[in-house]
Design a protein around this ligand. Structure first.
Ligand code: 5GP
Ligand code: SF4
Ligand code: MG
Length: 456
């Protein structure tokens, strides 16, 4: 998912600004979008299933925006916990003794169901299956604390990988889990407005410059007195390596590491580790482009666009069902003449289920590629993500049940190789990294309960 928040000292149309921010974060989730704004008195929210441009047409914007808003938050969703239902769309709002609150979150609280069970036991009510509601309820229950203290308390109760924006009518909060698994950055516009977003591309979209990343375990709050920071709890930082491999936009810079450059380094590393003779290096667009550039650069084999991507097609993986994903591959990709009669090195960022990869190898062979050597800029994904990236359940992960040779046969490639885990770490550089989906070593805990319907 993607989150966005803005606090403006000058009253202005923040729904519009949030819309622009969310549009820049659209790649982080296409299932639902929502915006919540307040001018200090009124608080308006609108959310629904669909893309940002579908959920917010002109009529909708005119109806719910406030010309004199001071605080706003927004969310784009791709479902991880809680299914693809309209009532799970965010921001989530609720009335508390601290006034109306709105929350938008990216990631997963691994113990949300335990906390939820305890709260249900004590008589709490839940409207959704969304774990954001657990966070909001925890905050609301700390009725004697102010909003910052109550939120810090909730951060200490809930474990996992998350980045959130929270608003009241007069205050904007942003916070990141103690491991910093999910990203969150702070920017500022020339008019003084502070902006929080999952990625810097959303700051630039609203004319803000990047100030810094929110630190792992940090809670920032912004109101009329400016920006304040509270360090709630800090662990060894382990930001999600998948942000650099695949998820983040290539023009983003997260925790000091440029995404595009890191992808090129992954490709260079892959070429050093897993060389093969061939005529052309072809990316699976768009997610394989950076690594393919690096692979070509390091190997000296020319880069070319061997697959045309229909720019009107969305991200296939994020389509919720297998059938939808398969149809979307055909809608999205078709081979160009660059591969005809050639030995092709096909570079992609990841193999998850292996179904897309198989279809793409087929496409290339049918179009006249003489050999297809598949190179992947992430290690084999053998474990599920519990921190908000929908890499599928373990049994669906082809690398959890198949050897590399078996996957190679399954996708019909002449050879298949993945970057090593150490190679990936070297290519990203920076501080620590979460690589639990490759190793099974989960730095921010694992869920004990996992069926919300068994609770209530
Ligand atoms: P597969 O061959 O495993 O079916 O699909 C692999 C493709 O899924 C890669 O091109 C990768 O870019 C794409 N993909 C899209 N979304 C995600 C995601 O959320 N996680 C992962 N791991 N891969 C994704
Ligand atoms: Fe990212 Fe994988 Fe860790 Fe999930 S398990 S946070 S996808 S590195
Ligand atoms: Mg891809």
């Amino acid at each position: 998912c993607g989150v966005f928040g803005v606090y403006s000292p000058v009253p202005q149309d923040l729904a519009w600004l949030t819309y622009l921010g969310l549009f820049a974060l659209q790649h982080r989730g296409q299932e639902a979008a929502g915006i919540c704004v307040s001018n200090g008195e009124k608080l308006h929210v609108h959310k629904d299933l669909g893309l940002v441009t579908q959920v917010f047409d002109e009529r909708q914007m005119a109806q719910f925006s406030l010309s004199d808003a001071r605080v706003g938050i927004g969310h784009v969703r791709y479902s991880t916990t809680g299914s693809n239902l309209a009532f799970n769309a965010q921001p989530l709002t609720t009335r508390t003794n601290k006034g109306i609150l709105g929350l938008a979150h990216n990631g997963n609280f691994v113990n949300a169901l335990e906390v939820r069970a305890e709260m249900l036991h004590e008589g709490a009510l839940f409207q959704t299956t969304n774990d954001s509601e657990v966070m909001l309820n925890l905050i609301a229950r700390e009725s004697t604390k102010d909003l910052v203290e109550a939120t810090a308390h909730a951060m200490q109760r809930l474990k996992g990988g998350y980045a959130c924006v929270l608003m009241s009518r007069t205050q904007l909060l942003g916070f990141r889990d103690p491991n910093g698994v999910r990203p969150l950055v702070i920017g500022q516009r020339e008019d003084g407005a502070y902006v929080l977003a999952s990625e810097p591309c959303a700051l630039y979209a609203v004319g803000a410059r990047l100030l810094r990343d929110v630190a792992p375990g940090e809670l920032v709050s912004i109101d009329d007195t400016g920006l304040h920071s509270l360090m709630v709890e800090q662990h060894v930082p382990t930001p999600c390596s998948f942000e650099w491999i695949y998820f983040a936009r290539s023009d983003s810079r997260l925790d000091g590491v440029d995404v595009h450059e890191s992808r090129i380094r992954m490709g260079e590393q892959l070429a050093r580790e897993k060389a093969v003779e061939a005529d052309v290096v072809v990316p699976v667009p768009d997610s394989g482009i950076g690594a393919a550039i690096g692979y070509a650069r390091e190997s000296g084999i020319p880069f070319d666009y061997g697959l045309y991507k229909n720019p009107y097609a969305g991200r296939t993986f994020i389509a919720p069902t297998q059938e939808a994903r398969e149809l979307k591959v055909k809608m999205k990709l078709s081979p160009t003449s660059a591969i005809r009669g050639k030995r092709v090195i096909l570079v992609d960022d990841s193999i998850v289920r292996g179904t897309t990869s198989r279809q793409i190898v087929n496409l290339l062979r049918d179009a006249g590629a003489t050999e297809v050597h598949f190179r992947v800029s992430s290690p084999p994904i053998t474990h599920p993500c519990f921190y908000g990236i929908d890499t599928a359940a373990r049994k669906e992960l082809v690398a959890s049940t198949h050897s590399i040779q078996e996957i190679c046969d399954l996708i019909g490639a002449d050879s298949l190789a993945f970057i090593s885990e150490q190679g990936l770490r070297d290519a990203i550089g920076g501080p620590g990294l979460c690589s639990a989906c490759f190793t099974g070593d989960y730095p921010a805990g694992v869920p004990l309960l996992n069926d919300v319907d068994k609770l209530a």
